[in-house]
Write a protein that binds this ligand. Structure first.
Ligand code: GTP
Ligand code: MG
Length: 206
């Protein structure tokens, strides 16, 4: 896969941060949630999607995003940046609170239309990733998996990584798109937009 067109004009603005379910906005706009392990590259990918360097705060240190952050895109839907799952360096009770927040959001949030699950292209799916997949499946959410940081792999390794992760998800009954991305190289950004737009257009109760 080559680098793609990155000139898609997107308007994006930070709207609010929520530390609790009740603090989330009550607007009727659809939401596209970005989930994944701590440090997997969620905030970086959001920045790449909206073509802004620093809309979502990123960090070399895991645990940067500690609240649920809502970004309004093109006045038409929210991209939602969630805290990383499984971040080890906070207290157990804080980690569990985030876990509950994220699970509750995926299970109950009426506006949620699409779960974009980020997985590090260099690693196997972890137990936390498999838990995300199973919550998504149980709740019949629309689902897209993005492999992150593929600039760290060569073409052969990328293909192997996609295949491996597709197989694992397939064995859980999830036949879903898996897109190779890199926030650094802006790889897979256009393809991700195409899927987000297509999945947001589809009617249904997902
Ligand atoms: P938390 O908010 O802590 O859960 O992390 P996050 O998932 O939002 O990750 P973030 O975007 O903050 O990125 C974590 C680290 O990975 C940073 O050092 C980024 O620069 C790096 N990173 C993110 N995306 C890429 C990528 O596509 N390629 C490479 N090489 N590094 C990346
Ligand atoms: Mg983050």
């Amino acid at each position: 896969m080559t680098n793609q067109r990155i000139d898609r004009a997107v308007s994006a603005e930070f709207v609010t941060s929520a530390a609790r379910f009740v603090d989330m906005p009550s607007s009727q706009l659809p939401e596209v949630a970005v989930v994944g392990r701590s440090n997997v590259g969620k905030s970086s990918l959001i920045n790449a999607l909206v073509n802004r360097r620093n809309l979502a705060r990123t960090s070399r240190t895991p645990g940067k995003t500690q609240t649920v952050n809502f970004y309004l895109i093109d006045q038409s839907f929210y991209l939602v940046d969630l805290p990383g799952l499984g971040y080890a360096k906070v207290s157990r009770s804080q980690r569990e609170a985030w876990g509950r927040l994220i699970r509750g959001y995926v299970r109950q949030r009426a506006a949620l239309r699409l779960v974009v699950h980020l997985v590090d292209s260099r690693h196997e799916l972890t137990d936390l990733d498999l838990e995300v997949a199973s919550i998504v499946r149980e709740n019949d959410r629309r689902y897209l998996v993005l492999l992150t940081k593929t600039d760290k792999l060569n073409q052969k390794q990328r293909a192997a990584s996609s295949r491996r992760i597709k197989e694992t998800l397939g064995s859980y009954g999830l036949e879903i798109p898996v897109i190779e991305t890199s926030a650094v190289k802006k790889r897979g950004i256009d393809e991700t937009w195409d899927w987000i737009e297509a999945l947001l257009r589809t009617e249904g109760d997902g």
